[in-house]
Write a protein that binds this ligand. Structure first.
Ligand SMILES: Nc1ncnc2c1ncn2[C@@H]1O[C@H](COP(=O)(O)OP(=O)(O)OP(=O)(O)O)[C@@H](O)[C@H]1O
Ligand SMILES: [Mg+2]
Length: 251
């Protein structure tokens, strides 16, 4: 059974893309087959693994092209489908009514992705049509929450959107949270973590991703943390997060 997981938060800069790439590579290293879909027009998935942001989901969503024609191998067990330069145009598509929200789900169902162990979807920092498509395509959501108070404000809106998506889709979408960019010595960080644990009992992954300079450096070299510096806090944390996901380990 494929686990389709969207990494989503409307708040910018919380670590969605960093988590998608490094968690994807960690799961691939564990022997799982993983494909990452880049639903963010910023196109940082391809560049983050050292590839070009060539045509990809833009052609799939705008022209009805097949996902399978745009799957590119990135590492052992790890494939990607790029955003492509035109993906932002999809936010302005107005024809198609309610079916516009289901394009990604239908494209995945018509593809070979359902033979993979994991499909990870990197989402943009917005709640438009791209995010809606990711939500309808996903069985599970991972919401990265960074250790500052503004993160908490965005969460209640996310929950509202999730509940609406669930009622429209007529099924449950499993929710997970992961604390990111944690500065463990800051009191604020600990306060945010304990609030999130209180409001989402059993839904917060045990591993918290620490703020780590190597994680910030590696995309500029087209490397994941496992290519760049496996023995770093970032390498340890994303490997540990992969284990949380494999085992459903939460606090
Ligand atoms: N744990 C971390 N330690 C240090 N830097 C980090 C960490 N996580 C993310 N960053 C850096 O913070 C910035 C934002 O991270 P990232 O791009 O993953 O967030 P995002 O949620 O995908 O942003 P956007 O909303 O723009 O898509 C990047 O420069 C990234 O390298
Ligand atoms: Mg991003």
């Amino acid at each position: 059974m494929t686990r389709v997981i969207a990494i989503m938060n409307q708040k910018g800069g919380v670590g969605k893309t960093t988590t998608t790439i490094n968690l994807g590579h960690a799961l691939a290293i564990e022997g799982k087959t993983v494909t990452i879909l880049d639903m963010d027009p910023q196109g940082q998935i391809a560049t983050g693994v050292g590839l070009n942001n060539n045509d990809g989901l833009d052609r799939v969503l705008l022209d009805g092209a097949k996902i399978d024609d745009y799957i590119v191998s990135a590492r052992d067990n790890l494939n990607i489908v790029s955003a492509g330069a035109q993906l932002s145009d999809f936010e302005h598509v107005s024809i198609g009514g309610a079916t516009r929200g289901h394009k990604l789900r239908l494209a995945i169902e018509a593809s070979s992705l359902k033979q993979r162990d994991y499909v990870l979807i990197d989402c943009p920092p917005s709640s438009g049509l791209l995010g809606i498509n990711a939500m309808f395509a996903a069985d599970e959501l991972i919401i990265p929450v960074s250790g500052d108070y503004l993160s908490l404000q965005g969460l209640s809106r996310m929950m509202h959107i999730l509940k609406r998506a669930e009622s429209l889709a007529g099924r449950e979408i499993k929710l997970w949270l992961v604390m990111t960019r944690m500065q463990m010595r800051r009191r604020l960080t600990q306060e945010v973590r304990s609030k999130v644990l209180k409001y989402f009992p059993g839904r917060v992954f045990t591993t918290a991703i620490r703020e780590n300079v190597s994680l910030a450096e590696c995309p500029s070299f087209g490397k994941t943390i496992f290519d760049y510096k496996v023995k770093s806090a970032g390498g340890e944390d994303y490997q540990s997060l992969a284990h949380d996901i494999l085992q459903g380990r939460t606090s």
